[in-house]
Design a protein around this ligand. Sequence first.
Ligand SMILES: [Fe+2]
Ligand SMILES: [Fe+2]
Length: 229
Amino acid sequence: MTVDRRSALVLVGTAGLAGAALPVRGAEGEENVTANEDLMREHGVLRRILIIYREVAPNIERAGATMDAQAVNAMAKLFRTFGEQYHEKQLEEQFVFPAVRKSGGPLAHLTEILVAQHNRGREITDFVIGATKSGKIGTGDAASLARSMLEFARMYEAHAAREDTQIFPAFKKALPKAQFNELSERFEEIERKQFGGDGFDMALDQVAKAEATLHLSDLAQFTAPAPPK
Ligand SMILES: [Fe+2]
Ligand SMILES: [Fe+2]
């Protein structure tokens, strides 16, 4: 039996939030949604936006003002609401980084760099939204827009990879199990409040639409050519 994550949460909700009641979540066949899984699949959505950025950047440089920039604008706005205002600000900066910092060690320094990258990312997102807001690329913006999108993708790939492999595991380790489980619940509540529903599903829908518009839906197109023999 497959139970979607909302149903799994209802099960948890009826059992209460105490850590002792939570194993029901991990029962066979049920989706076990932890805070870290949530954060990591949010990265998945954000990575798909980065892939779009990387794929369209050369077209922007080539076509400039004639390029239809509507889908890029929609993705930059989604990165703002889903990535920056929700994932970064409300989850990482509010809960994840403070817990990691409190636990001490060399990762505290890493969180400072990660926050600086959030801030730089927001500047770049401002620029991308502004340069594409008319649905066309502003004259003179094409080269700098393409470059900024590639630089943003480069930064965020490294950023998310460090979070996935160092920060999120440290976050889980820093908290007692019951508290970590409660935060998993809290993250879901924040998501519902912010988006009026399942923000992950909504964001994924929007990414899929942009991929369709930009002819990037077919995963097979990303299969690398065979190496030289
Ligand atoms: Fe981050
Ligand atoms: Fe992140």
